[in-house]
Design a protein around this ligand. Structure first.
Ligand code: NAD
Length: 498
């Protein structure tokens, strides 16, 4: 049984609150450890450490800060296999998918290695008589990130890499459901040469989160998780004067036009709907075929593919997806399938009774496929976050466009078509933050930014890419006159640049 405490001031420290929670190995259903749940005082200890270490780190030149990240990349690539195995065992996703989780985080670390360039300010010579103006970006101080269970490597790296590259000290509050990988990432950063106190991991639940939100020394909070908590974190963090960027849940649609290549579409849909057991914020959970002929052709091809999905333990390299993160989450997803049946949707493939031979206590379920789902049903309106795909039939393009546009969530959306004009109209008019054209999961790469709209995102700056540098720095603008000072005496009217 593993005991996971916190990582504060460059070392492991035991939890002192007396509160812990179990975490599992989903593929067998066993409890494999207890993770400490921090008190307000323990969070404060991490903040004190971070606050003491941060000024020297911000004063370290950006190239040297970048070199720590470069070394970290080297260490992580050496450890890729064991890190992926740790991740798969705690989360449940398959090994190749766990590697993808790490790799998409690594790409943001690579982006953050460009910090000497990314943090450059602006300069205007001769903005007025003898006047030069320049701006510079300075670190905020101590900042924090609160992350979800479903990407325990990628999302922590999305948060801490740009923040630390900018010269901040970082407090990470990862998910209590799979704490192993975030702790190992913090150790590797120290091995890479990061000064103690610049990256701290405080494990915990609502108590630790509230302590972060109320702490006067934490200047910015990044959150990723479900929408209700994203909105709560956003309101409470901003009420205490912090910057906040909070990303929430999703209901991502894929529009399938009559001219789409049906083989490509079905391949894309199967991977995007069921990969990682649907526990991805960019998973496709709603397929919208346009016209009856498209819908019938789609469903006909989907049924055998969903029935043939291979569910397996996380260590099986041939599995399409593994178990779900916890029994409670699996049971919640199963209850959504029951609800869909009650609401009158047509359950074409029923994965509810799946059991994995030899792993009977694991948190498995098979893929489920619903047809004739309607927008007034709860299974359409709410995020299910499991291997359940809903087909909503649309009569025409305008009706299909309205569905994601009018949905409460606005994370990702995709259109499959061979018509450039339709794709162009769709990308322009759809009210969703990230759009794929013949790309089912349009997660922007590291040097673009990631962020959903509506109930999928609260705040005005996205994650990674140029927005992350803006989020983790403040701009100071200097107006200077050299060398002889003000020669003509006091001026009482406002200076202009006429
Ligand atoms: P969650 O909201 O349960 O937890 C997220 C974080 O909030 C965790 O660190 C957790 O400890 C903390 N938390 C939980 N309850 C809290 C409370 N009452 N008060 C304060 N903090 C609390 O989310 P999850 O189940 O870990 O992750 C899945 C969700 O995350 C899904 O809704 C998914 O769509 C979303 N997600 C969104 C994105 C995105 O970029 N938009 C990315 C990944 C996941």
């Amino acid at each position: 049984m593993r005991q996971v405490g916190h990582f504060i001031g460059g070392k492991h420290v035991e939890g002192k609150s007396g509160r812990t929670t179990d975490f599992y190995q989903p593929m067998t259903g066993e409890v494999i450890g207890q993770v400490a749940l921090a008190s307000k005082a323990e969070l404060r200890e991490a903040v004190e450490n971070a606050k003491a270490a941060q000024p020297a780190w911000a004063a370290t030149n950006p190239q040297r800060r970048a070199r720590v990240l470069m070394k970290f990349l080297e260490l992580i690539s050496k450890e890729m296999d064991s890190l992926a195995e740790l991740l798969a065992r705690e989360h449940g996703k398959t090994l190749p998918d766990a590697m993808g989780d790490i790799q998409r985080g690594v790409e943001v670390v690579e982006f953050a290695c460009g910090i000497p360039h990314l943090m450059k300010g602006e300069f205007t010579e001769g903005a007025g008589p003898g006047i030069d103006i320049y701006s510079m970006r300075q670190a905020l101080g101590v900042v924090a990130g609160i992350t979800p269970f479903n990407f325990p490597a990628m999302i922590p790296m999305w948060k801490f890499a740009p923040a630390i590259a900018c010269g901040n000290a970082f407090i990470l509050k990862p998910s209590e459901r799979d704490p192993g990988v975030p702790m190992r990432l913090a150790e590797l950063m120290i091995e890479a040469g990061l000064p103690a106190g610049i990256l701290n991991v405080v494990n915990g639940d609502k108590e630790a989160v509230d302590a972060i939100l109320d702490d006067p020394d934490i200047k910015a909070v990044g959150f990723v998780g479900s929408s209700a908590i994203a909105q709560y974190v956003y309101s409470r963090a901003t009420a205490s004067g912090k910057r906040a960027q909070c990303f929430g849940g999703a209901k991502n649609h894929m529009i399938i036009m009559p001219d789409a290549d049906m083989d490509q579409t079905v391949d894309a849909l199967i991977g995007a709907g069921y990969g990682s057991a649907g526990e991805r914020c960019m998973a496709i959970s709603v397929a919208v075929p346009v016209g009856k002929a498209t819908a019938d052709a789609l469903v006909e091809r989907l049924i055998p593919r969903v029935e043939a999905l291979k569910v397996g333990p996380s260590t099986d390299p041939t599995a399409d997806f593994g178990p779900m993160v916890t029994k409670a989450h699996r049971d919640k997803v199963l209850s959504y399938v029951d609800l869909g049946v009650q609401e009158g949707a047509k359950l074409l493939v029923d994965g509810r009774n799946f059991t994995m031979q030899g792993y009977e206590n694991g948190f498995y379920m098979g893929g489920c496929l619903f047809d004739e789902v309607r927008p007034d049903m709860r299974i359409y309106k709410e995020e299910i976050f499991g291997p359940v795909l809903s087909v909503v039939r649309a009569e025409n393009y305008e009706e299909a466009l309205r569905l994601p546009t009018e949905h409460e969530y606005g994370n990702g959306v995709a259109i499959f078509t061979r018509d450039g004009d339709t794709a162009r109209d769709f990308t322009s008019r759809v009210d969703v933050g990230m759009v794929g054209v013949n790309v089912p999961i349009p997660v922007p790469i590291a040097y673009y930014t990631f962020g959903g709209w509506k109930a999928s995102g609260f705040g005005d700056l996205n994650q990674h890419g140029p927005d992350s540098i803006r989020f983790y720095t403040k701009t100071k603008t200097v107006t200077s006159r050299w060398p002889s000072g003000i020669r003509s005496g006091a001026e009482f009217s406002i200076p202009t640049m006429k």
